[in-house]
Design a protein around this ligand. Structure first.
Ligand SMILES: N[C@@H](CCC[C@H](N)C(=O)O)C(=O)O
Length: 270
């Protein structure tokens, strides 16, 4: 794998419910971007713009490895929507209807389901130190305003239940919670309204990216937190700003199903 911040870097722009990604294929001897290039590409005015960059790499044990980077250049252990996008891309490439992608949190099985793509995002992390939190506290009544829930999905989440998600002050409260010392590696923040036992409304402030139209790992965290609190069934539909995701917390993990879309491809000349 060559670290190369200059000349030409082919990329694909995709999105899942408006959660948008630059996808770079770094398999074989292809060049991969360094962190400065990732930040430059993420700039919505001077670059391509994305919520996350997904880097595909070779893997011996699964179909491919995927690493995720936020707009600020930080690496994320999980990204549900980008996982679904890369799964669709590689299933088309292999003419397959299922595959396994390795991410930092482990090997994630992905499947085609009609026009939709689903992924098993694994079981939530319930050990406070692994989420990670900075101390041992009740996971469904964090000592923070609004007593949110903490859920780990390979990345940290803070799930705040609100009366009305549409009027929640996301831009103000999101960054405050993202940087709260209770989350030593910062956190993603979900603002959630329960509509009924099978339906939730979610808006998201993402660590390292800000307000996004959808967050897949966040939707998994929301489904887990709502069920743990006895508010919903194990299978729910979540309405995000960019569309709907279907979540099913099963014995083998949290399955997430939703659409993916191709936008354009190009070559970065940094
Ligand atoms: N868009 C994502 C989550 C991306 C990573 C997140 N911002 C983090 O830093 O953990 C998703 O679909 O899961």
């Amino acid at each position: 794998m060559t670290q190369d911040a200059s000349i030409s870097l082919p990329f694909l722009k995709m999105h899942g419910l408006g959660n948008d990604f630059v996808v770079i294929d770094g398999r074989g001897a292809r060049a991969v971007p360094d962190i400065a290039t990732i930040r430059a590409m993420g700039d919505r005015h001077r670059g391509v713009g994305f919520d996350q960059l997904a880097l595909i790499l070779d893997d011996d044990a699964t179909d491919a490895q995927v690493r995720f980077y936020n707009t600020d250049g930080s690496e994320a252990g999980a990204c549900g929507n980008a996982t679904r996008c890369v799964a669709d891309l590689l299933m088309r490439e292999a003419d397959a209807t299922s595959l396994v992608l390795r991410t930092e949190r482990g090997a994630l099985p992905c499947e085609r389901s009609g026009d939709l793509i689903r992924v098993n995002m694994g079981q939530p992390v319930e050990d406070w130190a692994q989420i990670p939190l900075s101390r041992d506290v009740s996971l469904d009544a964090l000592p923070l305003p609004g007593a949110p829930s903490a859920v780990g999905m390979g990345n940290p989440h803070c799930v705040l239940f609100v009366e009305d998600a549409d009027s929640a002050p996301i831009a103000e409260v999101g960054p405050r919670l993202e940087h709260d010392p209770l989350y030593p590696e910062r956190t993603n923040v979900e603002f959630v309204q329960v509509l009924d036992r099978n339906t939730l409304r979610q808006r998201t402030w993402e660590r390292g990216a800000g307000i996004t139209l959808a967050c897949g790992s966040g939707a998994c965290a929301v489904a887990v937190a709502a069920h743990r609190r006895g508010l919903t069934e194990r299978a729910v539909t979540i309405r995000l700003d960019g569309g709907e995701l279907h979540l099913d917390w099963r014995d083998d993990g949290v399955w997430m199903t939703g659409p993916v879309a191709y936008v354009f491809d190009g070559v970065w000349r940094g």
